[in-house]
Design a protein around this ligand. Structure first.
Ligand code: SF4
Length: 725
């Protein structure tokens, strides 16, 4: 009889950016085979203190999902059968063909499209290969669809990307303003923490065009007209000024740009804001009164603010409110963007989109380029001071024939990109499409010439960074199936196959991490010098971490203590309590006027379509859609929510097919009639795509108009026509 023994391994959830700690019970039989037999929340992890949502709790089932890609597949012809191929041969072919495209057409003919679900080590190597060795300016990530606007907004207002505080603030806030975020469904564990504080007396204001599960728990729900957030945020600040509830001392000491604000805000009186937002004036006044009266208050947001053609401005306007009330960088106060993916924070820190370089650096900055060339052992002048204009533009250039080869890692853009017709056109036009994934059948893999088999969560080791800057080591406890390998190893292998042998010889993910942690950035406070895989085996560490013997928790940024970033002494000899990594050391007010969305309803397309997610499912269903327990818990399939009065006018009943058309495409969805949505607006989740039936992909109709600063597409708002199918 084989004896079995079990061990407990601390690791991290692979779904959302809350980054909950997980303890795996791993059994090993007499011949050493290991299996995850139990998943439980890690009580010692600061992100969740033992809690897990349904997705995290079913993580073990993820390891047994059907359809795993266990061998490389190669198609001799684009529409032909994919042939199983030895990994070494497939990697060699990928390297040879990528090299041939670069040699024939130059580096910008090759693009990488990567993911916030990869480990930090894989993100780092993808960027190193793209910018340092291929010298292409074409590396983008799916964070462009998610947090790009929060990132560009933070950089302008505060000088660096990322929330200034941490989850600890949820335990101290007196008021939460949750705007454009369905936390209850999409960040459930953190929402539980918020509710605990609400039970202790804190107030919750929820702003959303749709009455979500989050809105159901609100003390004040502002069911705003889609796309009118800037009017609301400016209107709230107008009222705070009118009530005398701005913190003049904080403004004078730590900010710049306030002098323009009073005149600017005079254009947002309550009556005008009520008109623009569709909200009752009394509710606006109540919200301002509650914010002004709160000792400590936090704002939380996700896609509702980010997926907008003025997403960066939305972040700036929200931060204006914090700066004006002095509610930032204090326990219980601050703007807190809720990251969608488990390691989008790590990816942003690794610079995996646009001009980014490791350590929150930019290829547009001469000193940052020199620093990274030195880190990578490259000759001066290797890094280019150029970058593309986001993922939408990247696929447009591919469709136009300028980008001829792409390598898509750990993401499914045919399902997730706005106006996906352009992505399909691009992949069809490309000479070479390489995908790297854990499953064989995805909407994107259909277009691949070479499919590389990747390891899944718990089959690979690597560091994940959550929304509060916590680094947790995701542990390898079982072997990947067949020839599948961790993403970082596949990237290093293909790089070597292209002839880049020197920069990509690593024995382990820990070695890659050791190299990337040398990218310390004293300007922004990004500091991992005190962290390595060995330390992370004992538990998470929150950056900045300068010293291996230093504290594990560093919950507040921008303190002028020489730890958060370089200490500042002003010319007059004073040493402010806070220093922001802007040119002046001060946070910046930006007057951001309310502008309409890129596409508004008209006679031909009279409805506003909003898209999003449902509880118990994740993105394009490549994992959660194959987990029986989650499918039993969640909505069984796609739907479109239509207001009862609109449904009556259209002659549509519950469950009837609705044809949804926009200027870009059409989709057919069953109706769900509900007053959760406002009249004239409708909502559909983006989870269900081609694998579930024809004409289900809601991104066939969404808008790819982008924010001119963040290049994030306006996935949350486009004009559609609805007809009974
Ligand atoms: Fe995983 Fe997010 Fe759920 Fe936590 S809240 S268990 S990180 S999906």
């Amino acid at each position: 009889e084989p004896e079995s023994e079990t061990e407990q391994v601390r690791t991290v959830c692979s779904y959302c950016g809350v980054g909950c700690g997980i303890v795996l019970e791993v059994a090993r039989d007499a011949v050493g085979r290991r299996a995850v037999v139990r998943v439980k929340g890690d009580k010692a992890h600061p992100a969740n203190e033992g809690r897990l949502c349904s997705k995290g709790a079913t993580s073990a089932e993820m390891l047994a999902i059907p359809g795993r890609l266990t061998r490389a597949l190669v198609r001799a012809e684009r529409d032909g059968e994919a042939t199983p191929t030895g990994l070494e041969a497939a990697v060699a072919e990928a390297g040879r063909r990528l090299r041939a495209v670069v040699d024939a057409h130059g580096p910008d003919a090759v693009a990488l499209y990567v993911s916030g679900q990869m480990s930090t080590e894989a993100q780092y190597l993808a960027n190193k290969l793209a910018k340092g060795y291929l010298r292409t300016s074409r590396i983008e990530s799916n964070s462009r669809l998610c947090m790009a606007s929060a990132g560009s907004g933070y950089k302008l207002s505060l000088g660096a990307d990322g929330p200034p505080g941490s989850y600890r603030d949820f335990d101290h806030a007196d008021l939460f303003l949750v705007i454009g975020s369905n936390m209850a469904d999409c960040h459930p564990v953190l929402f539980q923490r918020l509710l605990e504080r609400q039970r202790a007396g804190a107030r919750l204001i929820v702003v959303d065009p749709r009455r979500t599960a989050t809105a159901a728990r609100a003390d004040l729900f502002l069911q705003i007209r889609a796309g009118s957030d800037l009017a609301l945020l400016n209107g709230l600040l107008h009222l705070l000024v009118e009530r005398g509830e701005v913190d003049q001392e904080f403004i004078a000491e730590f900010t710049e740009g306030w002098e323009e604000m009073p005149e600017f805000l005079s254009h947002y009186p309550p009556a005008a804001v009520a008109e623009a937002t569709g909200l009752p004036e009394a509710d606006l006044r109540r919200a301002a009164e509650w914010i002004g009266g709160a000792g400590e208050w936090m704002s939380c947001w996700t896609m509702g603010l980010n997926q907008s053609t003025h997403g960066t401005w939305n972040t700036n306007a929200l931060i204006n409110l914090h700066l004006a009330t002095g509610a930032i960088c204090r326990p219980g106060s601050g703007p807190f963007s809720l990251t969608g993916q488990p390691n989008a924070m790590g990816g942003r820190e690794m610079g995996y989109m646009g001009p980014g370089l490791p350590g929150q650096r930019s290829a547009l900055d001469v000193e940052d380029r020199a620093f990274v060339e030195d880190l990578w052992g490259l000759p001066a002048g290797t890094l280019r001071a150029e970058s593309g204009r986001g993922a939408v533009e990247m696929f447009e250039r591919m469709a136009a024939g300028e980008i001829r080869a792409c390598w898509i890692i750990c993401t499914n853009p045919v399902a997730s990109m706005a106006n996906r017709g352009t992505v399909v056109e691009a992949l069809r036009a490309a000479e070479l499409v390489i995908t790297q994934d854990v499953v064989a059948d995805t909407e994107t893999n259909v277009y691949a010439d070479i499919l590389l088999p990747a390891a899944l969560w718990a089959e690979a080791e690597g560091v994940m960074v959550n929304s509060e800057r916590d680094l947790t080591l995701s542990r390898r406890v079982v072997d990947p199936p067949g020839e599948a390998l961790p993403d970082w190893q596949l990237i290093a292998k293909v790089a070597r196959a292209m002839g880049f042998t020197e920069g990509f010889e690593y024995g382990s993910a820990a070695e890659v991490f050791e190299e990337l942690s040398r990218a310390w950035n004293p300007r922004t406070g990004w500091d991992l010098r005190g962290v390595d895989h060995e330390r992370l085996r004992a538990g998470p560490v929150q950056w900045p971490s300068a010293d291996p013997g230093g504290p594990d928790r560093n919950p507040m940024r921008y303190l002028n203590d020489g730890v958060s970033q370089d200490a500042l002494v002003r010319r007059d000899g004073t040493r402010p309590r806070l220093v922001f990594p802007t040119a002046s050391g001060r946070a910046v007010f930006f007057p951001r006027p309310h502008l309409p969305a890129a596409e508004l309803p008209d006679d031909d397309y009279p409805f506003v379509l909003n898209t999003g997610r449902v509880r118990h499912q994740w993105h394009t269903l490549t994992r959660t859609g194959r987990i029986a327990r989650l499918n039993r818990l969640s909505d069984r399939g796609p739907f479109i929510e239509v207001h009862p009065q609109d449904a009556a006018a259209l002659g549509v009943g519950e469950g009837d097919g609705v044809e949804v058309t926009s200027r870009r495409g059409r989709v057919l969805l069953p109706a769900r009639i509900t007053d959760r949505v406002r009249r004239g607006e409708c909502f559909a989740p983006f989870h269900w795509n081609d694998l579930f039936g024809e004409h289900l992909a809601v991104n066939a109709v969404t808008s790819d108009a982008v924010d001119p600063i963040s290049y994030q597409p306006e996935l949350k708002l486009c004009a559609v026509a609805l007809t009974k199918a």
